[in-house]
Design a protein around this ligand. Structure first.
Ligand code: P6P
Length: 345
């Protein structure tokens, strides 16, 4: 007679804790949990697997290159952007867990359509962040955030999308790189899962991620140096000035896809910054589906995220595609950046 493993963390019979099992175990601990949360995560995870498979074969199929179209951001649309967007919408809308979605690739909110039942959550996402890296085989990613709906019933609306990051229920990202990882943050902390293509599942690999209080890496597009405000140039000059006692100069790393630059910052510490410049009055990054979700992840891991004057999570959104300056990473490094850039001239 074989023994049946007792309920709890997987025994030797399972290769690890899957993302679905991890979320389910925490869903059980949530008062009044209805299973919607677990179901929504399963749909996001399925979309991530489909997108990841397409990204890793893009070089072998017709998915490389541009569609010739331009999205609401005024950016050249890559074929994989559209594929990723449509994959997420298709995986999620039928599940009955969301009432509306917001996407970087779509001008207006995407209300759940008949015959699908509108649910109690709001999903906003950047389907493929850093798509300029696709053709050169550098890391790219998907970013998402989940709020509870504000409107009482029926298909959701822009009102449901325009919520501050401090009200996020869960947020995370998928990084398509040397391996694919799914990282999410919710009330229970920040956890990372690595995809095993042999099994087709994300397995827990980074439990309770905590960002170092200070790092030694700064990540910013130095090519914009002459386009920045004086305070920004002052901070970058400061972080590069030799000061052995305080561990400066920092090293510079910049991948050009925020998900990848943020993921390194989360694991190793340091700071990622995208400030305003003469080309981007309010910065380049979008609040609702880039800055807010990653700021939520960062704060849940013990870090900080500022727009240069306050918490990103406290910004009250007024438009679906609004942008914000972003300084995100180790708490001490973000505090230094805000202090130095705002010093009196
Ligand atoms: P730049 C990608 O297009 C993106 O939105 C972020 O993922 C990335 O951090 C940033 O833009 C890169 O912008 O101006 O440095 O190429």
């Amino acid at each position: 007679m074989t023994s049946i493993p007792s309920w709890g963390p997987p025994g030797p019979t399972l290769p690890g804790t899957t993302l679905e099992r991890h979320v389910l175990d925490r869903q059980r601990a949530m008062p009044g949990a209805t299973g919607d949360f677990t179901g929504l995560f399963q749909q996001i995870s399925l979309a991530a697997k489909i997108i990841g498979s397409k990204v890793h074969k893009a070089g072998l199929t017709r998915f490389l290159g541009l569609t010739g179209e331009v999205n609401v951001q005024g950016e050249q649309v890559q074929k994989l952007d559209i594929f990723a967007n449509n994959t997420i919408v298709s995986c999620v809308e039928a599940g009955g867990h969301v009432c509306v979605m917001g996407s970087e690739e779509v001008d207006e909110p995407i209300p759940v359509r008949d015959p699908f039942p509108p649910g109690k959550y709001v999903l906003q996402f950047d389907p493929l962040d850093g798509s300029g890296n696709i053709d050169v085989n550098a890391s790219i990613g998907t970013i998402f955030s989940i709020h509870r709906r504000k409107t009482p019933s029926g298909p959701g609306s822009l009102e449901d999308c325009l919520q501050p990051g401090r009200d996020i229920v869960a947020a995370g990202y998928v990084i398509y790189g040397s391996s694919n990882m799914f990282v999410y943050a919710a009330a229970g902390g920040v956890h990372g899962f690595t995809f095993d293509p042999a099994v087709g599942e994300f397995f827990l690999s980074h439990e309770n991620i905590r960002i170092p209080k200070r790092g030694r890496i700064y990540s910013i597009n130095e090519g914009n140096y002459n386009l920045w405000e004086p305070g920004m140039r002052r901070w970058v000059d400061w972080i590069k000035r030799p000061d052995a006692e305080h561990g400066r100069p920092y090293s510079h790393r910049y991948i050009g896809a925020m998900v990848a630059d943020f993921h390194r910052t989360l694991l190793k510490g340091g700071i990622f910054a995208y400030p305003p410049d003469t080309k981007h009055e309010h910065g380049k990054l979008r609040l609702l589906y880039e800055a807010s979700p990653l700021s939520f992840v960062c704060e849940m891991a013990g870090g900080a995220a500022s727009d240069g004057s306050g918490r990103v999570l406290d910004i009250e959104p007024t438009a679906l595609h609004q942008r914000t300056p972003l300084y995100i990473g180790s708490a001490d490094d973000v505090a230094d950046a805000v202090r130095v850039m705002n010093e009196a001239e």
